[in-house]
Design a protein around this ligand. Structure first.
Ligand code: PLP
Length: 433
């Protein structure tokens, strides 16, 4: 394939010879937009540098974690000091207690257990919900991603009341036959499912504000409604804040709804930002529920590297540096880029809608509003591919998929933002072509 990034192209060829698709997580392969994924060799602040020596403003942020930008000096220093003390002991450590205290102080959870990925966090939260309630059925929403947990890689069956079908080969039907998939933001569907199956439902799990079908915020009061209907039926409300946690506000999505409205989820999952760029994630919740987890209670869950001292040091340092000023900056940068993208697309006559929750946003190339997965699916993916490649050629690395959030960081300064603003008009014209 002719390419102007020969080093990345050569590396991609080598990678494909030893790794399926040449990548270790599918979206990195550019299948949705075509072309050669850039092999990034270093990153600093808001910028990525690839193997061909090209620089890009980063709007992926490692898919969420890099709240402070890359190679933040204080995070680097704390991590290097931690590495010098040894990398894993398999015993309790100080930073995991401190990180747990920080998470408990910021969010609704009273107890927290660390794991190594968001997938593990949601998988464990569901096991705990089932163990706590003694029930089996899990309710989720179409378009919400909770990691590659078998029971949650499910697509809706033929109707609301039918149990789900596996969303991928390799997941047995028996793994999804206790999962019900509903349209997001649809109160009537939730009411119907609880009326029909209420006594069997262990939990309802939802992204606190979905970001994995693009950003589709909950309609006002929707999360409170979910919390209340779960409570009424003795099911647990599991709020997945892996993406939104410590990102959309300092308290996550809960800072925008539960903390204001006076309710709390029973269980919450976290990941991404709380690991500061290392593999760390967590689930937590009400003490009464978390008390059921081993070794206090009977529900088994464990991990060799859970609470790893390097990862928890990186996460703790990141959260301590994530002050109100940081969130105010993220908000300004997100608003500037979002508004400029809309202006450029309007100027080029491209149908679009930008949606956001706190400091997280995405731009759909379709008429809005987008309130569920069906609406999101109408986005013009070919136009997005053209838009994406124009931005990439101009030195801006957007998510290589039309259905992802755009992430900014504390390190997105005037120069980085200006580089994005300068690239948008040409990209919008490419999307219109
Ligand atoms: N939950 C949500 C909301 C996510 O966005 C993701 C990952 O993107 C996950 C869970 C899974 O996290 P991980 O990729 O760390 O397994």
């Amino acid at each position: 394939m002719p390419t102007d990034v020969p080093a990345s192209a050569a590396l991609f060829e080598r990678a494909q010879a030893v790794t399926p698709g040449g990548v270790n997580s599918p979206v990195r392969a550019f299948n949705a937009v075509g072309g050669t994924p850039r092999f990034i060799t270093s990153a600093r602040g808001a910028w990525l540098t690839d193997a061909d020596g090209r620089d890009y403003v980063d709007l992926i942020g490692s898919w969420g974690p890099m709240l402070l930008g890359h190679a933040h000096p204080e995070v680097q220093e704390a991590v290097q000091a931690a590495v010098a003390r040894g990398t894993s002991y398999g015993t309790p450590t100080v930073p995991e207690v401190e990180l747990a205290e920080e998470i408990v102080a910021r969010t609704s959870v009273e107890r927290v257990r660390f794991v190594s990925s968001g997938t593990e966090a949601t998988m464990s939260a569901i096991r705990l919900a089932r163990g706590f309630t003694g029930r089996d059925v899990v309710v989720k929403f179409a378009g919400c991603y909770h990691g590659h947990v078998d029971a949650l890689l499910a697509s809706a069956g033929s109707g609301l009341m039918t149990f789900a079908l596996p969303g991928t080969p390799g997941v047995p039907a028996s793994s999804t036959e206790l999962t019900l998939v509903l349209p997001y933001n649809d109160r009537a569907a939730v009411e119907q499912v609880f009326a029909e199956h209420g006594e069997r439902i262990a939990c309802l799990v939802t992204e606190a504000s979905p970001g994995n079908m693009g950003v589709v915020p909950p309609e006002p009061g929707f999360n409170a409604f979910l919390s209340e209907i779960c409570r009424r039926h003795g099911a647990l409300f599991v709020s997945d804040e892996v993406m939104t946690g410590f990102r959309v506000t300092r308290q996550g999505q809960w800072g925008l709804d539960g903390a204001v409205e006076g309710w709390a989820p029973d269980l919450v999952t976290f990941g991404k930002v709380m690991g500061g760029g290392f593999p760390a994630a967590a689930f937590g919740g009400r003490a009464e529920v978390m008390h059921h987890l081993a070794p206090e209670g009977p529900v088994y869950q464990a991990g060799t590297l859970s609470g790893n001292p390097i990862a928890t040091t990186a996460g703790l340092t990141t959260l301590r540096l994530a002050t109100d000023d940081v969130y105010a900056h993220l908000d300004r940068v997100a608003t500037t880029i979002r508004e400029a993208a809309c202006a450029a697309l309007t100027g080029a006559g491209v149908a679009h809608v930008a949606q956001s929750t706190g400091t997280m946003f995405s731009v759909f190339l379709t008429e809005g509003p987008v309130r569920d997965f069906d609406d999101a699916s109408r986005t013009d993916t070919a136009a997005y591919a053209a838009f994406f490649h124009s931005m990439l050629d101009q030195g801006v690395y957007l998510p290589p998929s039309a259905y992802e959030a755009w992430f900014v960081s504390a390190a997105h300064d005037e120069r980085a933002v200006q580089a994005v603003l300068d690239a948008l008009p040409d990209a919008a014209r490419a999307a219109a072509a």
